[in-house]
Design a binder for this molecule. Structure first.
Ligand code: PGA
Length: 253
């Protein structure tokens, strides 16, 4: 059967933007997305949590998806400041990013926590983007593959399918640094991840599961990265805050 992975161009706004950006940024993307002739890629915006509602309204009816940057592993309870997957689903979120390296480092999130969150998210019908990636120190020590393999095996739920899961390979040394993985480095890792997915979810799901690249992707390097056989889109931080840049990355698909 032919493989049909629709590239995913996902913007992770991180802790950037105030209310007016929801209309301005999301609104202009909505206009461009609506006007394009053929949908060559799926577009996703993950704003800070309080902007989810306004962004959902700004992109309504365009086909642009909205996602969260995190969720809790419980559906409700005494967890001040947290938000449940169920709540996000009710706010019309389609996706949730889990295990971003900033959360792994700053919030001490372990693979086990990410696995729990992903399991809960899948139960309520959210799609997960599970992030993995090595630090510079780990790469220099020759541990790139083992580190990524371990994160993937331990954070991916057993019930993961190509429909409910996207893997994001984000080398930590490339995030927000302007240092992007070379096409060879990216393809090498994406190929390894897909080979690992063959064992974890079976060949049929592994062939259809999208593996996106993240880390200093911009309109200049996007074309080369997105053309790689196992790179099925991008998770974009900095460049997703500039309409022109984010849109150009989509056009590079
Ligand atoms: P960057 O961030 O594009 O700013 O490097 C990517 C990410 O953290 O997802």
């Amino acid at each position: 059967m032919a493989i049909t992975r629709l590239p995913l161009i996902a913007g992770n706004w991180k802790m950037n933007g105030v209310k007016k950006h929801a209309n301005k940024l999301a609104g202009s993307l909505a206009k461009r997305f609506r006007n394009q002739k053929k949908q060559k890629f799926e577009m996703l915006i993950c704003p800070p949590a309080p902007l989810i509602g306004p962004v959902v309204e700004a992109v309504r009816g365009t086909g642009i998806a909205v996602g969260s940057q995190d969720c809790h592993f419980e559906n409700a309870g005494a967890y001040t400041g947290e938000m449940s997957a169920e709540l996000l689903k009710s706010m019309e979120c389609k996706y949730v990013i889990l295990g971003h390296s900033e959360r792994r480092t700053l919030n001490k999130e372990t693979d086990a926590v990410i696995l729990n969150k992903a399991t809960t998210a899948h139960k309520v019908g959210l799609r997960t983007i599970i992030c993995i990636g090595e630090t510079l120190k780990q790469r220099e020590a020759g541990r790139t593959k083992s580190v990524n393999r371990k994160q993937l095996i331990n954070s991916l739920p057993h019930q993961a399918t190509a429909k409910n899961t996207v893997i994001a390979y984000e080398p930590v040394w490339a995030i927000g640094t302007g240092k992007v993985a070379s096409p060879d480095q990216a393809q090498d890792m994406h190929q390894m991840i897909r080979a690992e997915l063959y064992k974890l979810v079976g060949p049929a799901e592994a062939d259809e599961m999208r593996i996106v690249y993240g880390g200093s992707m911009n309109p200049i390097n996007a074309r080369e990265l997105l053309a790689l056989p196992d790179v099925d889109g991008g998770l974009i931080g900095g460049a997703s805050l500039i309409v022109k840049d984010f849109w150009s990355i989509g056009q590079a698909v």
